[in-house]
Design a protein around this ligand. Structure first.
Ligand code: FMN
Length: 187
């Protein structure tokens, strides 16, 4: 069975990302096709990328990079829970992605986004970034609206129908995440 990380993509005080990630996790836990865990960027306290070598060289020198790399390496697929900031993802999530390379390669990624337009522009950017990191991004995505899935734009109260879109995304993610295990070279 593959391991899936549900990545909390905002570190902002008062962020919505943690409530959204918990909701995704609660839905995922009802499934028996993978092991699902929440991975919170806040727990890794990553500074703006401060490694001297490009991540593709695999020469990580700093303890926070090594801790983040070890965590990411433990998973076969990722659900990125992302806000939309200025029509893209958060700086915190982009930075966390930039830190590593091999740990992301040949793995699957799915997206749960929120914003005034369902976070779709953040996901479009993330798909380009993920492609450069050699990740396979699944088509089905979850789009949450700040207008209808949050009370007063603040408290997360998702439309119950959105659960279906989480499961549709996870169906594709587990399928590709499982298939991609075969192309990864075991070290
Ligand atoms: C710097 C910044 C830029 C934002 N830009 C957008 C945007 O382009 N589109 C959008 O729909 N919402 C935008 N928002 C609103 C966010 O979607 C909303 O604040 C959301 O709660 C942020 O996620 P978080 O609370 O998990 O950090 C922006 C918010 C911030 C802080």
């Amino acid at each position: 069975m593959i391991k899936v990380a549900i990545v909390v993509g905002s570190t902002r005080p008062g962020r919505k990302a943690d409530a959204v990630a918990r909701w995704v996790h609660d839905i995922a836990k009802k499934r028996s096709d993978a092991e699902y865990e929440v991975v919170d960027l806040q727990d890794f306290n990553l500074p703006l990328l401060d490694e001297p070598f490009p991540p593709s060289m695999g020469k990580y020198t700093l303890p926070h990079t090594k801790a983040w790399a070890a965590k990411v390496a433990a998973y076969d697929a990722y659900v990125f829970v992302t806000p939309e900031y200025n029509h893209s993802t958060s700086g915190a999530l982009k930075n966390a992605l930039d830190y590593l390379y091999a740990e992301w390669n040949n793995k699957a990624a799915g997206f749960v986004a929120y914003g005034s337009a369902g976070g779709v522009r953040a996901v479009e950017h993330l798909r380009l970034i993920a492609a450069e990191l050699q990740m396979a991004t699944v088509r089905a995505q979850v789009q949450l609206s700040l207008f209808t899935d949050f009370e007063s734009f603040a408290v997360f109260k998702p439309d119950p129908h959105k659960e279906k879109s989480v499961n549709a995304m996870l169906d594709q993610l587990v399928s590709w995440g499982t298939a991609l295990q075969t192309v990864r070279v075991k070290k």
